[in-house]
Design a binder for this molecule. Sequence first.
Ligand SMILES: *Cc1c(COP(=O)(O)O)cnc(C)c1O
Length: 228
Amino acid sequence: MSIKENILKIREEIEEAKSKVGRTDDVLLLAVTKTVDYGLIDESLEVGIEEIAENKVQELLKRMDHYEDRVKYHLIGSLQTNKVKNLMGRVKLIHSLDRLNLANEIDKRAKNAEIIQDVLIEVNAAKEESKAGIYLEDLDEFVYNILEHSNIRVRGLMTMAPFTDDEAILRETFRKVYEASERIKAKNYENIGMDYLSMGMTNDYKIAIEEGSNIIRVGTGIYGRRNY
Ligand SMILES: *Cc1c(COP(=O)(O)O)cnc(C)c1O
């Protein structure tokens, strides 16, 4: 299938998943472009992709040099504190806020740049040792600790589900994260919003949408299989 066909199919499936649970709000199809050739990314932009993501800062910076303000940029992978300053004013959303010292650094650099940086808190809902992210039981305290960070605006949560085909496990993981976001939303903290839930990749985005995701991060489903 071509990139165009892939994207049309995903868009159809997004609508199907939404209607299955009676949703009418928007779901962002975020294109994960890691290791993809520019020709293929260009094709995807021609059929309506407007926002792209990389999991490494260095790769994201290369995409920025190439596409400048033609697309919006998201960082979805782990972020070292010494790379934060390179991103200020250039990324729409950082999906991977996973520790307090990173929050401190983003807040400081955002202040210097006179911007408010939008972030998502990454949660490790299934407590997998191989994954980054705050455990759900520690989330309230983490949120509480960043309330004073006036140059960070939390917009929601991000999670990566366990690598499994077991639909029940996937569904339960996404549901727990959705419930956590509703719980935090109810606290009405000033700089903590829960507008975004970044959940679902090629293999699980339909389930994620049924469970409330409104940003899906899709690489393989758009560009085909790569080695990463
Ligand atoms: C690579 C990656 C994706 C996309 O994965 P696919 O299975 O190729 O859709 C999504 N989220 C993160 C954090 C990734 O690193």
